[in-house]
Design a protein around this ligand. Structure first.
Ligand code: Z5A
Length: 247
């Protein structure tokens, strides 16, 4: 019996795609585009989100986003990191190892932006905490939807009561945006910045173009490996509402 080599195992793994950006950039709208574009290519991704994606992660999300209580920046980071640890170990890694593609609405880059930048903890502390708890998984592709903070917040005005983080100052979001962009500059192969100020249809075309580059690179002429049978679409997230279900 032959054992799969590391290279073969890597080929069989699913791909991990993340979507990032500040408030109002249109993550929810573009998540739908990513999922339907992958489905058009016969790939049935597991869709999930952070903070959340597991039962405990969804409970911790309520702690982080619930207004009416205070917590230090480091506490906030540790709660989010704990949710992420559970998410990676019980949902994302097992799915990828089984050949399933995973699309996550936010991941580690959000901590670099909001806690590292916004809360001014710095990238070093965010990364070393994740290193310490063993969260080292990197996405294969991250799409960063970017636009001015003011314009993004303007789009959110029609929304209901802001959560604890949404109540932060303009300066907080400016720091978060700068941290996102610095991360994209440091990792141009993994992260692609998409101008989210254009009309939705144009943003969706840019998202699909970047996905096509990835699909070409990862699949070439091969069919996707580990594709779940058509008609068995499973999701951790009801595109905006997570069921906290693990695979
Ligand atoms: N957080 C953190 O601090 N640290 C972490 O590590 C992680 C998260 C993982 C929850 O995130 C919070 O958690 C978030 C960061 C923190 N807090 N804040 N503030 P979330 O992702 O669940 O929540 P959200 O940031 O509010 O995202 P969202 O619900 O996906 O909103 P959105 O990205 O703005 O997407 P949208 O609903 O698709 O778009 C908003 C509106 O704009 C909507 O009316 C659209 O129709 C409209 N729209 C979208 N695109 C366009 C274009 N192109 N033109 C015109 N109008 C548009």
């Amino acid at each position: 019996m032959t054992t799969a080599t590391a290279a073969e195992a890597n080929l069989m793994r699913g791909r991990f795609i993340t979507l990032e950006g500040l408030e109002g950039v249109g993550k929810t709208s573009n998540l739908e585009t990513i999922v339907s574009h992958l489905q058009d290519h016969g790939i049935d991704p597991l869709v999930t989100r952070e903070p959340g994606g597991t039962e405990i992660g969804e409970a911790l999300r309520k702690v982080v986003l619930g207004s009416g209580h205070q917590m230090s920046a480091m506490t906030e980071l540790m709660v989010i990191a704990a949710a992420r640890l559970e998410h990676v170990n019980t949902v994302i890694e097992p799915a990828l190892a089984a050949g399933r593609w995973v699309v996550s609405d936010r991941y580690l880059d959000a901590s670099l932006a909001y806690q590292g930048g916004g809360r001014e903890l710095g990238a070093e502390q965010v990364l070393s905490l994740h290193q310490y708890i063993g969260v080292t998984l990197q996405p294969d592709l991250t799409l960063l939807l970017d636009m001015s903070v003011e314009a993004g917040l303007e789009r959110m005005h029609t929304r209901g009561e802001p959560d604890r983080i949404e109540q932060e100052s303009l300066a907080f979001f400016e720091r978060a945006r700068a941290a996102y962009l610095a991360q994209a500059q440091a990792e141009p192969l993994r992260m692609t910045v998409i101008n989210a100020a254009y009309p939705l249809i144009a943003v969706q075309v840019a998202v699909k173009d970047r996905l096509d580059d990835g699909l070409q690179e990862w699949l070439g002429d091969r069919p996707a490996i580990g594709v779940a049978p058509m008609g068995s679409i499973e999701s951790n997230v009801e595109l905006g509402e997570c069921h906290g279900r693990s695979t």
